[in-house]
Write a protein that binds this ligand. Structure first.
Ligand code: NAP
Length: 251
């Protein structure tokens, strides 16, 4: 049994990850920004016992520190961190004013990259302090196919995910000597709140046709990848970003 913090665990991919890890016997701190009711409803239906809800806006570094401390208090420790929370902002450069452009970049990087970096600092600090011999632990970053393929209408989103992938690689090297394994997953389109409108609209069929399987990803597809990347067997993939996009984009 491992104790896990899943950021953005209240909905979508994070909820799927929380379900998959609880099903294998882990105890989950389900994090959300403000949707506490959804997180509590999920916790009530997770298999096993001892799951909790924690909340923080990841753009607020003080709230992040308090949130990680609350998760450690409630679970007893954190063995696995899944940096899943993220936001997407459609902001084509040609149609965006200068002030709006800069505000958008600050907002997206503030959550997707700086927020993930802050949560990671707090969890690594905890792993290094706990009295269990070598720190150990697993960190999984939820990146995106967009980091490689480009995000023409959401460039700050693509850049934030490319940064997250680079953070994965850097920390895999710097934390390896302490027994901490850092992996990433790069999903293509997945059916969640984030993509609901797009997939239901005129572009939906084209998006499904990007994959030779003729569909977009399901939350469970990504959760299965994260379950493996956070397992004890995943040490030798440390530093890798696993593509999970149904062969819709090969690099
Ligand atoms: P989602 O359904 O929109 O859920 C987003 C989650 O992040 C929610 O739990 C939300 O909390 C939390 N969150 C949002 N802003 C936050 C903030 N400022 N501080 C703290 N938490 C915040 O998203 P999703 O589609 O499941 O995506 C999950 C991850 O996968 C994201 O990193 C996304 O970039 C990545 N991804 C998604 C796709 C896709 O097609 N869906 C593809 C590639 C990568 P509340 O419930 O409280 O709002």
């Amino acid at each position: 049994m491992s104790c896990v913090l899943v950021t953005g665990g209240s909905r979508g991919i994070g909820a799927g990850i929380s379900r998959a890890l609880a099903a294998r016997g882990d105890r989950i701190a389900v994090h959300c920004r403000s949707n506490v009711a959804a997180a509590e409803a999920l916790v009530a239906e997770l298999p096993g016992e001892g799951h909790v809800v924690v909340a923080a806006d990841l753009a607020d570094e003080h709230a992040v520190a308090e949130m990680v401390h609350a998760a450690v208090e409630a679970l007893g420790t954190i063995d696995i961190l899944v940096n899943n929370a993220g936001i997407y902002l459609d902001q084509p450069i040609q149609q965006t004013g200068y002030e709006e452009w800069n505000a958008g970049w600050r907002e997206v990087l503030g959550v997707n990259l700086l927020g993930a970096a802050a949560v990671t600092w707090q969890v690594v600090d905890h792993l290094r302090r706990r009295e269990r011999g070598p720190a150990g632990g697993r960190i999984v970053m939820v990146g995106s196919r967009g980091a490689y393929r480009g995000e023409p209408t959401a460039p700050s989103y693509g850049a934030s995910k490319a940064g997250l992938h680079a953070l994965t690689q850097s920390l895999a090297v710097s934390l390896g000597p302490e027994g901490i394994v850092v992996n990433g997953v790069a999903p293509g389109f997945v059916a969640t709140d984030m993509t609901e409108q797009l997939l239901a609209g005129p572009a939906g069929d084209g998006l499904r046709a990007q994959s030779p399987f003729g569909r977009v990803g399901e939350v469970a597809d990504i959760a299965a990848a994260v379950a493996w990347l956070s397992s004890p067997e995943a040490q030798w993939t440390s530093g890798a970003i696993l593509d999970a996009n149904g062969a819709s984009y090969l690099r």
